[in-house]
Design a protein around this ligand. Structure first.
Ligand code: J2J
Length: 543
């Protein structure tokens, strides 16, 4: 039987240590050290709170003890389902310190996704917030406890109401008085589980170790020019790997910089904070960049402190990229990364042509990048092909998922990214498209298969195929082709159906097209992939 976590072969691990990539650091120890060096400096600002490094450190200690006193033991998984609030940071550092593994869920996720994470991750606890963005997460927690009895503990940030769940405030208070001594995990241990974009079917869990992840933070900080004077804004949801680690809020904390949390990435929420806190760096997805560029022209807020805007998660068109410097007077940095590992950056001092037209080059000289045709043969430089990668921070397998691993990793440990890229001289990558059928909707990845499965569960749906459609604003939107069964359902009813299945709002199809049948060739058992390609082509013809 395959082990739940695939680790690097001994000789590679040895090389990464010898080269100083993996330095034996852990998150808990890093925070301790920063707090010792400059306890008074502000670490996190958000939700009306300002926490110094010393305060964050003390909170993390109390939370670690409080969690262990619940009966959790090192190695246990804990779902963290929190919006951009300072408690996101204290909770995960508390977990790190206790050797417990955060499993990051997005605020947009709903019961079906959370129950899936709880089941596949074998989570024993769930940390959430009372309410956020017109949604009561306590109700979700109650349903989760019913569906997944393995989730023994629920901790609510804020008001637990009548639920009987514990609150973070109570857990922290108890932890402050506790004599429990957490044991620092090993740096080679898994620190947390990220979630995959879910290219085929349901999201998979991504185990990342302290050593490997902290290496990316340190190098990202260097490449992106972070110093103690950096004021980094997390505007995208913090649970996303991009604002978390490239260099993200964790990279900012790693250098002892300040992290400012915006409850929403909208200019209305973010711009006043930029002015008030003197934010100089932020990461965005392409559609938000567009909104920011427009809003910046008429905002009363002063944005002159901004120096770098990073854009990633989905392809940025050169036309928009070119407008960044003249409009905002900042340096654009393109970031092409993935929660499984490999991250590419354009460098701050790259020529404008590279910054505008490429998605950057890898972090590490030991990132091995292969660009191959469908038979696995390398393509000539400059030609598009499938991107495969392995290296000092790219995982070698998903958590406890042998069948996904068989599909997504080669025998010699390369991750099949599913991205089609071409490589330019100097190692710069240009993303050309994708080999697999997910929809990249404004940086949120949606698996066609997952949504199709929910659609065909509807009594009036005979068959369904979900495809991506180019969208001027979102980059891509989702379109569901539906073959009805009996009376044709209404499009709004199908959208409502997806919501009622307990899925994130971004997975609700943007567009629904009814067809009598899929083409006759489809009946001849072409693959779903070919069917989706045909339907996409059909849409293109119509437009
Ligand atoms: C085109 N496609 C991109 C880009 C990601 C940094 C930045 C992003 C992510 C991320 C991340 C793209 N142009 N600039 O984790 O640390 C698409 C690719 C990729 C997939 C990964 C980070 N940047 N993509 O987006 O795990 O298809 O990570 O394989 O969410 O997003 O998605 P995700």
């Amino acid at each position: 039987m395959e082990k739940p976590v695939q680790t690097w072969p001994a000789e590679l691990a040895e090389r990464y240590r010898a080269k100083g990539y993996w330095r034996g650091e852990t998150f808990g120890a890093v925070l301790r050290e920063r707090a010792r060096l400059h306890p008074e400096r502000i670490a996190v600002v958000g939700g009306g709170q300002r926490w110094s490094y010393g305060e964050l450190d003390a909170r993390a200690d109390a939370i670690a003890r409080g969690l262990l006193d619940l009966g959790l033991v090192p190695g246990d998984r804990v779902i963290v389902h929190l919006p951009n609030i300072p408690e996101f940071v204290s909770v995960i550092f508390g977990l790190f310190r206790a050797g417990l593994l955060p499993l990051y869920a997005l605020p947009a996720h709903r019961i079906t996704e959370i129950a899936h994470f709880a089941g596949t991750g074998g989570a024993r606890a769930y940390v959430t917030v009372d309410r956020y963005d017109n949604f009561d997460y306590r109700g979700l927690a109650a349903e989760l406890r019913e569906r997944e009895p393995g989730v023994e503990h629920v901790v609510v940030v804020g008001d637990a109401g009548e639920t009987g769940f514990g609150t973070l405030a109570a857990l922290e208070a108890a932890g402050r008085d506790s004599a429990t001594q957490p044991v620092e995990p090993a740096s080679s241990d898994v620190a947390f589980l990220q979630i995959s974009g879910g290219s085929t079917g349901l999201s998979k869990l991504i185990p990342r170790t302290h050593d490997a992840y902290i290496y990316t933070l340190r190098e990202s900080d260097r490449i992106c020019g972070l110093t103690e004077d950096t004021v980094f804004m997390a505007a995208l949801p913090m649970a996303h790997n991009f604002p978390m680690s490239s260099p993200g809020f964790l990279g900012a904390l790693y250098v002892g910089a300040r992290v400012v949390l915006s409850a929403s990435p909208s200019p209305e929420a973010a711009f006043p904070l930029i002015e008030r806190e003197g934010v100089n760096m932020v990461s965005l997805v392409p559609p938000l960049l567009l909104v920011w560029l427009e809003a910046s022209k008429s905002t009363p807020h002063k944005l002159h402190t901004l120096r770098t805007i990073q854009v990633g998660g989905a392809k940025l068109t050169p036309e928009i990229a070119r407008r960044v410097r003249p409009t905002l007077g900042v340096t654009l940095q393109q970031v092409f990364g993935m929660a499984e590992g490999l991250v590419n950056y354009t460098r701050l001092d790259d020529p404008e042509d590279i910054i505008v037209n490429t998605q950057g080059r890898p972090i590490s000289p030991d990132d091995e990048v292969l660009i191959v045709d469908d038979q696995g043969n390398p393509v000539p430089e400059g030609e598009p092909g499938n991107l495969l990668t392995r290296g000092p921070y790219t995982i070698l397998g998903y958590y406890n998922n042998p069948s996904a691993n068989a599909r997504s990793f080669t025998e010699d440990g390369y991750y099949r990214t599913g991205d089609i890229v071409k490589r330019l001289p100097g190692g710069y990558l240009v993303v050309q498209g994708r080999a697999n059928d997910h929809i990249n909707r404004a940086g949120e990845k949606i698996s066609a298969e997952e949504i199709e499965d929910h659609l065909v569960a509807h009594p009036q749906v005979f068959d369904a195929a979900v495809v991506s459609v180019p969208d001027e604003y979102l980059g891509e939107r989702s379109c569901a082709f539906i073959v009805p069964k009996g009376e044709k359902p209404r499009a709004v009813a199908l959208k409502q159906w997806i919501r009622s299945r307990g899925l994130a709002e971004f997975k609700v199809p943007d567009q629904i097209v009814f067809v009598d049948a899929f083409s006759s060739t489809a009946a001849l058992k072409i693959s779903r992939k070919e069917l989706r390609a045909q339907l996409r082509a059909q849409l293109d013809e119509q437009n």
